[in-house]
Design a binder for this molecule. Sequence first.
Ligand SMILES: [Zn+2]
Length: 144
Amino acid sequence: MPQYPFKNFHHVPVAAIYCLDPRFRTQHEQFISKELGLKEFDQYVFPGGPKALVDDTMRNIFLGAIQNVSVNLHHIEKIILIAHRDCGAYGGSKAFTDAEAEKETQMKDLKTARNILMEKFPAINVKLFYAEIIGDNVEFKSVE
Ligand SMILES: [Zn+2]
């Protein structure tokens, strides 16, 4: 049987919440580990990513998992939320009248998700990003 390297540790500085869309999977991981330089992070990968925190049926499941594992066990200091263009959880880009309307809806959800996290975890820093499709590439833009 093949074997894979294992490293034992319990301090993880960051939790990242993003969509499971396989078209963005490696880019998300590269962005966080290479561009942001965060080698270890808790991954909350779910359809729509941060949208799950805005959803009444999902919110408490996510907040409970973040509290129990990322905060209490891993002692995170930061949470990264990433939304992306053409997200199936929103019906894709085609569900919107134009690209601007799509982004506006997702920005609103990102900010709502940030507020929910800041209220629940006031000591934790929350950063927002938007994964934009540019030709054949993905670029991660910081959102204030
Ligand atoms: Zn998605």
